[in-house]
Design a protein around this ligand. Structure first.
Ligand code: VGL
Ligand code: ZN
Length: 202
């Protein structure tokens, strides 16, 4: 794969809580770190995202009386999976994995700050209305194609890739630099339908 100056690497949520031993650990999550570190120097634009929730975030089962993690609830914007408490602002779980390179990052985007709205996508919150500003940043740097890597492939990477397409970027998911939580069938289908490319890179 030839990387151009109009390509960006967007690294999704490589944080302690999504890695081995974390509060919402993605199986084998740590494995993405060396792969992503090796990709970063090839890109002129490198964005890291950080899930960054207030302690009483509405996506936490603990915020809903009588609910358990992985239950579904109805929020004002639609269905929402309830999660164990994770990536609470300022905690060690919200920090980047200690081995993730952060020096090459040109921008860090934080998401999920609104107590009432979850945000899987790096581009906009789950209400499908509130922008993180990422699309404008990428356009401002002349980016045309977005490569995505990180955690979790079937949640935050998935919705970030689909939103990249909605924002008229080309989107390439680097599968060997991602790990997922559940079955990936639906994710693969959504990528095919939206024109998201799925590749392996090293
Ligand atoms: C994520 C669930 C809840 C993710 C974030 O990064 O994929 N998943 N918050
Ligand atoms: Zn979250």
């Amino acid at each position: 794969m030839v990387i151009k100056s109009t390509d960006a690497l967007v690294v999704i949520d490589v944080q302690n809580d999504f890695c081995n031993g974390g509060a919402l650990a993605v199986p084998d999550g740590d494995a993405v770190v060396p792969v992503i570190n090796a990709l970063m120097p090839r890109f002129r634009t490198v964005v890291l995202t950080q899930d960054w929730h207030p302690a009483s975030h509405g996506s936490f089962a603990s915020s809903h009386e009588g609910r358990q993690p992985f239950d579904m609830v109805e929020m004002f914007y639609g269905d929402q999976v309830l999660w164990p408490d994770h990536c609470v602002q300022g905690t060690r779980g919200a920090d980047f994995h200690p081995d993730l390179e952060t020096v090459p990052a040109t921008l860090i985007v934080r998401k999920g700050l609104n107590e009432r709205v979850d945000s899987y996508s790096a581009f906009q919150e789950n209400d499908r209305a509130t922008s993180t500003g990422l699309a404008g940043y990428l356009r401002g740097r002349g980016v045309e194609r977005v490569f995505l890597a990180g955690l979790a492939l079937d949640y935050c990477v998935r919705y970030s890739a689909l939103d990249a397409r909605l924002q008229a970027f080309e989107a390439v998911v680097v599968e060997n630099a991602c790990r997922g939580i559940g079955d990936l069938q639906e994710t693969r289908e959504s990528f095919a339908k939206a024109g998201v490319e799925l590749v392996s890179m090293n």
